[in-house]
Write a protein that binds this ligand. Structure first.
Ligand code: ZN
Ligand code: ZN
Length: 411
């Protein structure tokens, strides 16, 4: 029998280094995780350099690599992918920025770079969309709210460059910076001028917006300035369906990951109660993935919480989240007709609170895999598995071969 579908479960940042808080084990090795262990036992395992040995991946470059899009060729910065993540359709050549709402004082000093962790900014983003006018520069723009205080800005127009600095001083108590061209090039100079004009007009609109007046009255920090960074020019992505001849969907709370999915033409599947954090509705994600597989050939699910614990340096919390995730993965044990791939996108060691280049564990489960001797899913056991040490670029082709969708090279 040959399976017809592929399910990628990316356990974001789940991979780790030995933790003193867990008696020298990694959170994954310390966790009770019968489902992952059984899938590993019934499948083939290995370790993986998502991009290359010694390269510390971002989640964005890692996911591009896992989907078979060489990040060195396709990655043009986080901004355009964040724009896609908020629902802005980016066309090649558009300039995208990741933004956040922040608070400035009457004197113009930044007092809170997250605007009191404001939640619902849709009305503010709508006011900017309607109120800001960049037509004098021949530029159209789209501005959309993301999760929490986050947002994204996209510019479209002739002669715009993407090599510009941020207006974010990265600390409170100082004035915002002017956006500047990083090179003395007319296109970058034009973008910088347009960005500064956007900031000038938007601050005027936000400062007097009723929602902000209400926030001030309630003792909350108003969201009265937009900070922008991560400028990038949208590249051309060959659609996933054309590249591989299969249809696909993405399920993720992280807008960056769903943005990558959108950029590749994957369908975004909304799930209620997903947060990208410890309290996320993982059960709902897995249920949605199983439903989606009825009509799609490929589904990617990103589960983010372990990465967050890694960044916070909380090894016990990370172990507990892994145990919660494992329980939610139980329906995968009886999933018919599917190659299940489970991996991390990178390590996020609690001891360094950031991504590292340590290879990540990976397992492939389903009809046709050559089952190896690995009896559990963690960084140590998987290192002895039949996949050996692979790169992220090899993962999807390996899965495609298992569903007989790999191209034959030669006669
Ligand atoms: Zn990640
Ligand atoms: Zn991370």
């Amino acid at each position: 029998m040959t399976a017809n579908k592929i399910l990628f479960i990316v356990l974001d940042g789940i991979s780790d280094r030995p933790s003193p808080a867990l008696g020298g084990l990694t959170p994954l090795a310390a966790a009770r995780k019968p489902v992952l262990d059984r899938l590993a036992k019934e499948g083939i395992c290995g370790i993986m350099d998502t991009i290359a040995a010694g390269v510390r991946p971002g989640s964005d470059t890692a996911h591009l690599a896992l989907l078979g899009y060489d990040p060195y060729k396709y990655y043009t910065g986080r901004g355009p992918l964040e724009c896609e993540g908020t629902g802005i359709h980016m066309e090649p050549g558009m300039i995208g920025f990741r933004c956040n709402y922040a608070t400035i004082s009457r004197e113009g000093i930044i007092t809170d770079r997250r605007a009191g962790r404001i939640h619902d900014t849709a009305a503010l983003s709508m006011a900017l969309t309607e109120g800001v006018d960049l037509s004098g520069y021949g530029v159209e723009f789209a501005f959309r709210s993301g999760a929490g205080h986050r947002a994204a800005l996209a510019l479209r127009g002739e002669g715009l460059g993407h090599c510009v600095s941020s207006n974010d001083p990265k600390k409170d108590g100082v004035f915002p910076l002017a956006v500047k061209p990083l090179k003395p090039v007319a296109a970058d100079e034009k973008t910088a001028v347009v960005c500064n004009e956007f900031i000038r007009q938007s601050t005027g609109i936000l400062y007097d917006h009723p929602l902000n007046k209400e926030r001030v009255k309630n003792g909350l920090n108003p969201a009265n300035i937009v900070l922008m960074r991560g400028a990038g020019e949208m590249g051309h992505f060959e659609p996933f369906s054309i590249r591989y001849g299969i249809s696909g969907s993405v399920i993720s709370a992280a807008s960056l990951i769903s943005g990558i999915g959108s950029a590749l033409g994957l369908t975004r599947v909304p799930v209620t109660g997903i947060t990208g954090s410890q309290d996320s509705n993982i059960t709902g994600k897995i249920a949605a993935a199983i439903t989606e597989l009825k009509t799609r050939d490929f589904v990617l699910v990103n589960i983010k919480g372990a990465d967050e614990s890694g960044h916070d340096g909380l090894a016990e919390q990370k172990r507990n989240f892994i145990e919660k995730t494992d329980t939610a993965l139980a329906p995968l044990l009886d999933l018919p007709d599917c190659i299940i791939v489970i991996c991390a996108d990178h390590s996020t060691p609690c001891t360094i609170k950031d991504h590292s280049a340590d290879p990540v564990p990976v397992l492939i489960h389903g009809d046709g895999v050559r089952i190896d001797d690995v009896a559990g899913f963690d960084e140590y056991l998987c290192a002895g598995g039949g996949l050996n040490r692979i790169t992220g670029a090899a993962l999807l082709p390996t899965a495609l071969d298992l569903i007989n969708k790999a191209h034959k090279f030669g006669a």
